[in-house]
Design a protein around this ligand. Structure first.
Ligand SMILES: *Cc1c(COP(=O)(O)O)cnc(C)c1O
Length: 494
């Protein structure tokens, strides 16, 4: 809601003088004096300009405010949103707006500078050494793709996360695309894929003219349900086909339930591609996300927990996969003096400049994870007494980075639906986002098969009720508090 301003300090009554008003303007820097009657009823506002006009008209500074001509003040009610207040200020071309209750009494003053601040869902957060790595690239003129930062970023990424081999690429989507190619997914091949995910998990299946088969989430982790996966395998077995790969997504910084999923895929002899795009630094039973896939993909897109503005990483225990990924990502250029090509390749490599940003970001990854987890904890603590907000669970085997702070809203208990909460927070300049709309519901994948966790589709239910709150690691304590207070006000517990 609206920030408090020490209101007494800018209120004067009609027997105060123009000089008194100038002193208040000078002392408070509020840019405005409120002329009130004895009961704090707002009579009019007084600005520098009003006083200047009186002086030009020959009025002495000892004259009282009582002689100012009447003027209906522009005001706003105490329950107005930031958006309402800003649009009123825009309409009247003013930067302050008195808050007045139903009886016409002054309650506060809104200042454009203080309420104009948007809190975003997830913003990039640079550390201190990114520029040094980038400058080094400039100094040595390694602007071209590839170069020492790329090699170092790949090496340092593996060391930091505990992975074996990595190829830095232009995006997480590129990493997933190459993973499918490396596993030989082609026309008509079916691929099992988490339904509750971002579309980039699935699009590369379509690039290769494969056919996605969607797997529901389990309620305990929001990730791929081993029960639904088993159903899908049983169905495919009885129908006499097998998927070429299973894309397992680690959503919102939390690992999927890997032991049963890996056991199933091993049993049926189908390789896993782990989409760890949202899970840099995530652990499953102490083991890093991205170490469970035959091939895994990470993303450094601008909204992710660490970013190169755009970029991705393909990782694998098998160096042959990683070497071949580098080859395909470099236009499949054969190692010869001239440009020689025997197959179709891609321009998917990360540039040396962006890898420099990535090296710097890697140094602050631990801080970014703690900061995101702290944001989540502050929400959970600040809203713990509210019935009807349930937080994304963190199973005992999981260490989630809380890339995004996610909750579900039970409209029956809370009295407001997640969509309405989203809209009300937007009016307070707080950006939230519904959780991913499941892929089996997306028009572009209409007709694709879907295997549910149980009688109800878990991912559909998550979409109906789920909300991602602002989660950036650069959020200040005050911003987190503002979100908590806004939610409390909206649900009537402010
Ligand atoms: C971000 C994301 C991707 C794609 O990564 P880009 O680097 O943006 O191409 C893939 N899968 C998931 C789950 C993601 O969140």
């Amino acid at each position: 809601m609206l920030p408090d301003i020490e209101i007494e300090s800018i209120c004067l009554t009609r027997d105060a003088t123009l000089r008194d008003a100038l002193v208040v303007l000078d002392k408070t820097g509020a840019g405005i004096v409120l002329l009130v009657d004895g009961k704090r009823g707002l009579v009019r506002t007084v600005t520098d300009g009003d006083i200047r006009r009186q002086m030009l008209a020959g009025i002495e500074l000892d004259a009282t405010l009582a002689m100012l001509p009447p003027r209906e003040p522009h005001t706003i009610g105490p329950n107005a949103s930031r958006k309402d207040a800003l649009s009123e200020m825009d309409k009247e071309s003013i930067n302050q707006l008195p808050v007045v209750d139903a009886q016409g009494r002054v309650e506060g003053l809104l200042d454009r500078r203080e309420i104009d601040a948007q809190i975003l869902l997830s913003t990039p957060h640079m550390g201190s050494s990114e520029l040094e790595f980038v400058e080094e690239a400039f100094k040595t003129n390694w602007i071209a793709p590839l170069g020492p930062n790329v090699d170092a970023f790949e090496r340092e990424f593996c060391e930091k996360l505990g992975l074996s081999h990595a190829a830095a690429l232009s995006s997480g989507t590129a990493a997933l695309h190459l993973a499918l190619k490396l596993l030989g997914v082609g026309q008509g091949d079916r691929v099992f894929c988490s339904s509750f995910t971002f579309v980039a998990s699935v699009n590369p299946i379509a690039y290769e003219k494969g056919e996605p088969v969607f797997i529901d989430s389990e309620p305990g982790s929001w990730n791929m349900s081993p029960i639904a996966l088993e159903r899908a395998f049983e169905a495919s077995k009885s129908e006499g086909w097998m998927p070429k790969a299973v894309i397992v997504v680690d959503i919102y910084g939390q690992s999927a339930n890997m032991d049963p999923i890996v056991a199933l895929c091993d049993h049926y002899g189908v390789p896993i591609i782990e989409d760890a795009a949202e899970a840099v630094g995530t652990l499953y039973k102490g083991r890093p996300s991205g170490s469970f896939g035959r091939i895994s993909a990470f993303s450094f897109n601008g909204n992710k927990i660490i970013t190169t503005s755009g970029g991705g990483m393909l990782t694998s225990d098998n160096p042959d996969f990683v070497n071949r990924a580098r080859f395909l990502a470099t236009q499949a250029r054969e190692p010869m003096k001239h440009y020689e090509h025997h197959e179709i390749g891609y321009n998917y490599r990360m540039s040396n400049i962006l890898a420099g940003v990535g090296r710097g970001q890697l140094q602050v990854l631990d801080e970014r994870i703690s900061a995101r987890r702290a944001v989540f904890d502050a929400y959970r603590d600040g809203l713990s007494d509210i019935d009807g907000i349930d937080w994304m669970p963190e199973p005992e085997w999981s260490f989630s980075t809380r890339w995004l702070s996610c909750c579900t809203i039970d409209e029956g208990r809370l009295g407001i639906a997640s969509q309405a909460l989203h809209d009300a927070l937007a009016d307070d300049l707080i950006e939230t986002r519904p959780v991913w709309r499941p892929m089996h519901c997306q028009p572009v994948f209409a007709g694709a098969r879907y295997f549910q966790h149980g009688n109800e589709s878990v991912s559909d239910k998550l979409f109906d009720s789920g909300l991602c709150l602002p989660s950036g690691s650069s959020m200040t304590k005050d911003e987190v508090r503002r979100v908590v207070e806004a939610v409390r006000n909206i649900v009537g517990l402010g």
